[in-house]
Design a protein around this ligand. Structure first.
Ligand SMILES: *[C@@H]1O[C@H](CO)[C@@H](O)[C@H](O)[C@H]1NC(C)=O
Ligand SMILES: *[C@@H]1O[C@H](CO)[C@@H](O)[C@H](O)[C@H]1NC(C)=O
Ligand SMILES: *[C@@H]1O[C@H](CO)[C@@H](O)[C@H](O)[C@H]1NC(C)=O
Ligand SMILES: *[C@@H]1O[C@H](CO)[C@@H](O)[C@H](O)[C@H]1NC(C)=O
Length: 334
């Protein structure tokens, strides 16, 4: 797939050069009607090149005419925390701290300082450009994956993003076997392969303390629920979802619906901002309108959708709107 795209883009480059050179020659040597054709061709290729801000056949970041998308999409908000962007505005800190109403939070600045002594401090994935084609699969946990046979399609992506308890073992044919990024929070954590990046969504200062602890001493065993005290994950690949980006998703994309976005929606927005092509699997109900995890048989009923914390319907609307506008591609499953 990727090879084919490379070949395609090379062909395109060659074509572009030929058109440019001939246009240049023709429009300057002749003053006949054909030069209008070449001028048009030149303008066309010029437009395509300046607008196609990635090397995929389909790019999210296109300076298109869709005002709804362009008003919301802001690629300069970094999705992942670095030491530099970790400083929160007073507004953001207050909102973030309100999410799970931590009683006596530790000093955020000091915790972040300590965190970046354990995990690498880097600016991640802010490298979009005309030569990049990053294809991503966002794999939700819906029962609509059962029997879908999406496994090899999912595994053909460069980034494969899964979330919370999602297993692959035993479900490879439908969900794939690779995971490059696993999005979780302390209460939904699971052990990972050494090659997978743990993407932590922090809802409170304690969550940042938890990841420090879980990668080192294992002293934190309880948040508002019991949590894994130690986690098997490659600490060189641990990434932290930025609270600033978290708030941007809530304010800008959900316009304040629900108390805060679901893990699925946060993972989707992460992909929309770091990928050039986003394919979405395992979101929504199954064919019968039932909500359950692909690895469980029990139906979750309404509780799954209306937890009181997330506005699942609104999130689904925004997701469908992104699909309608061809920013993402939805795979509906069975
Ligand atoms: C995009 O985000 C940056 C960084 O947070 C901010 O300075 C800028 O105003 C935002 N742009 C828009 C159009 O909202
Ligand atoms: C947190 O710690 C930093 C650095 O030690 C200090 O400058 C700051 O005043 C502390 N903040 C609070 C709210 O105590
Ligand atoms: C995991 O990967 C790191 C490099 O990122 C390496 O240093 C470490 O030895 C690996 N650990 C295991 C258990 O394979
Ligand atoms: C979702 O979209 C439908 C159709 O456009 C609309 O009727 C419904 O009110 C929307 N739901 C929410 C929660 O915004």
């Amino acid at each position: 797939m990727i090879l084919l795209k490379r070949v395609k883009s090379r062909t395109f480059t060659v074509l572009f050069c030929i058109i440019t050179i001939t246009t240049f020659l023709f429009s300057y040597s002749y003053n006949d009607p054909t030069s209008y054709f070449f001028k048009f061709a030149f303008r066309f290729t010029d437009t395509v090149l300046s607008k196609g801000l990635c090397a995929c056949t389909r790019c999210i970041n296109v300076e298109d005419e869709d005002p709804w998308f362009m008003e919301r999409f802001n690629q300069s908000v970094a999705p992942l925390m670095s030491k530099k962007n970790s400083v929160l505005s007073e507004d953001t800190y207050r909102w973030w701290q309100w999410l799970q109403a931590e009683k006596k939070p530790a000093n955020y600045t000091e915790v972040v300082q300590k965190l970046f002594e354990i995990i690498p401090d880097q600016e991640h994935y802010m490298d979009s450009g005309p030569s990049r084609c990053r294809t991503c699969a966002v794999v939700g946990n819906s029962g609509n994956l059962v029997g879908s046979k999406y496994g090899s399609l999912i595994d053909s992506s460069e980034f494969i993003i899964r979330m919370n308890h999602a297993p692959t073992f035993g479900f490879e044919e439908d969900v794939g076997r690779k995971t490059t990024h696993h999005v979780m929070y302390p209460e939904s954590a699971k052990n990972l392969q050494n090659t997978t990046s743990l993407v932590l969504i922090p809802f409170k200062t304690l969550d940042l303390q938890w990841i420090i602890s879980a990668l080192t001493t294992g002293s934190i065993k309880h948040t508002y629920l019991p949590v894994l005290s130690k986690i098997k994950a490659n600490k060189d690949k641990v990434l932290i979802y930025s609270p600033t980006f978290f708030k941007y998703v809530y304010d800008t994309w959900l316009e304040g619906h629900g108390r805060y976005p679901s893990t699925g929606f946060l993972a989707l927005m992460f992909a929309v901002h770091i990928c050039d092509e986003v394919n979405v699997y395992g979101f929504g109900a199954d064919r019968e309108g039932n909500w359950h995890h692909y690895w469980e048989n029990n139906l979750l009923g309404g509780a799954f959708r209306h937890t009181g914390v997330h506005d699942g319907d609104y999130e689904y609307n925004i997701t469908m709107l992104l699909a309608t506008k061809q920013k993402i591609k939805m795979f509906k499953g069975t």
